[in-house]
Design a binder for this molecule. Structure first.
Ligand code: CA
Length: 467
């Protein structure tokens, strides 16, 4: 009886009794975001890197689209991730600073009024997992499992040491500094685990396993490697590939990028083996530009992590969706990490209550829409009173009232500032309009750590559960 009901039900819907991956994928594609941490613009093969081969990351670019003007929404980790995961400029909800590792302070993190991409995709029937660095709040209320993810493997702070023997902190309440937070045990869901592998390899392994066990349902994988963020630490396996690099920092950095690249290769191979390659949209990007001191290379861009010159915010950025977006294409209009959310939920036929700032990129990369995804992109560094606005090729930087214009299409290195009053006035007006919908920072961040400690941290020792 059950058998007949089953066949009738599926027969009426026009499905075969066992839907294939292909028919499933036509409805809701899987979504994977591979996010690296502090990787320079020039440190991927698809942007011309010569001394660090990244053949697997380059596969994504070959299989799909490279964004020649692909931007993150901020120049350091936390706010950039807050923008990415909500599809909104993080200044809309006060996430304008890098949060501190404060497991007893619920204020440092994403306001609960914001939906994450995982919230929306999970509601749309996706199995969701976050792997790696979180950095969106270390309080229990901000845990990935509370923010839309079914599964989590990684750490909740802003960075981590890479070798298991350094993970000695079991009591997160005893963490008194950011560097101490780098020594906490890794977490699987809500529990600390005894992990044995080099952290990058462990994250890659988890990503492959997640894909393996989700070949019959749509999934969202947020794979946020902390590599190649400091500290610079790599295993001999990867270091030995770069005996030709004499600079020790660059050599270790190269090894860390190479470990990520191996992981990307393992993940892509697993997608192929599971028959999921055509059913999966994959984004690859860095959360911000390379810093000045980790051996990274942002060439030909000016500036580094923390700066609103392109070296801080213009990142390696590519996407693939085989059979749906062109292969090997370079897309030249500006796009921003905020677009990933809008793109993903559009394909999942899902809606978010967030007022999104990003747009669905698919019609643009396929050529269906020949316009530009954004008339203007904006960046705000509240504490430095520095702002940037990009209007296709024209970028304006406002450093505490000192205004400069650049044409980033002809002058990618931002070497030739120019001034044109009408243009300045127009762009400045657009910035002000945008900024009207922003709020001041909602919490003290890394730059205010001393002040924060004076005001709150000593209290947290005695009043752990008060706020
Ligand atoms: Ca970063």
């Amino acid at each position: 009886m059950y058998g007949i009901a089953f066949i009738v039900a599926f027969g009426l819907l026009g499905y075969s009794v066992l839907p294939t991956a292909q028919t499933r994928g036509d409805i809701k594609p899987n979504v994977i975001i591979i996010l690296t941490d502090d990787q320079g613009y020039g440190d991927v093969g698809f942007n011309g890197c010569k001394d660090i081969p990244t053949p697997n990351i380059d596969r994504i670019a070959k299989n799909g689209v490279t964004f020649s003007k692909g931007y993150a929404s901020f120049a350091v980790c936390g706010p950039s991730r807050a923008g990415l995961i909500t599809g909104r400029y993080q200044d809309r909800f006060g996430f304008s600073r890098n949060p501190l590792f404060t497991p007893n302070d619920a204020r440092q993190g994403l306001p609960l009024t914001e939906q994450t991409m995982a919230d929306v995709l999970r509601d749309a029937g996706y199995r969701t997992m976050a792997i790696g660095k979180w950095h969106l709040g270390a309080h229990a209320s901000q845990h990935p499992l509370k923010r839309g993810f079914d599964e989590f493997f990684g750490f909740t702070g802003g960075g981590h040491r890479y070798f298991p023997q350094d993970w000695v902190k079991t009591d997160v309440n005893s963490v008194r500094s950011e560097s101490d937070s780098y020594k906490t045990k890794l977490i699987r869901n809500n529990n600390q685990v005894e992990e044995k592998e080099y952290i990058t390899d462990a994250f890659s392994r988890e990503a492959v396993e997640f894909v393996k066990r989700n070949d019959k349902n749509p999934f969202f994988l947020y794979l946020a490697y902390n590599a190649p963020h400091a500290p610079l630490q790599a295993t001999e396996k990867y270091l030995s590939r770069f005996s030709g690099i004499k600079d020790e920092k660059r050599k270790t950095y190269a090894a860390m990028v190479s470990a990520v690249d191996d992981g990307v290769g393992r993940l892509l191979n697993q997608l192929e083996q599971s028959g999921q390659m055509e059913n999966t949209i994959i984004f690859f990007l860095s959360d911000n530009g390379g810093p000045h001191d980790n051996g990274s290379n942002n060439q030909p861009l000016r500036g580094h992590k923390g700066s609103l010159y392109d070296g801080g915010i213009h990142v390696p950025f590519a996407m693939q969706w085989k059979g749906h977006v062109p292969e090997g294409k370079r897309y030249n209009h500006p796009v921003i990490s905020l677009d990933i959310f809008a793109t993903a939920i559009a394909q999942a036929q899902a809606k978010s209550r967030n007022q999104l700032d990003g747009v669905n990129l698919i019609p643009f990369v396929t050529g269906k829409n020949t316009g530009t995804p954004h008339d203007y992109l904006f960046w705000r560094q509240f504490d430095r009173q520095t702002m940037a606005t990009l209007n296709d090729s024209i970028k304006m930087i406002n450093e505490s009232g000192t205004l400069q214009l650049f044409n980033v299409s002809n002058d990618i290195s931002e070497k030739a500032p120019f001034r044109e009053d009408v243009m300045v006035e127009r762009i400045d007006k657009e910035y002000s309009k945008w900024n009207e919908h922003n709020i001041p920072p909602a919490f003290y961040g890394l730059l205010q750590a001393e002040e924060y400690d004076k005001l709150y941290r000593r209290q947290t020792e005695h009043e752990k559960n008060k706020y």
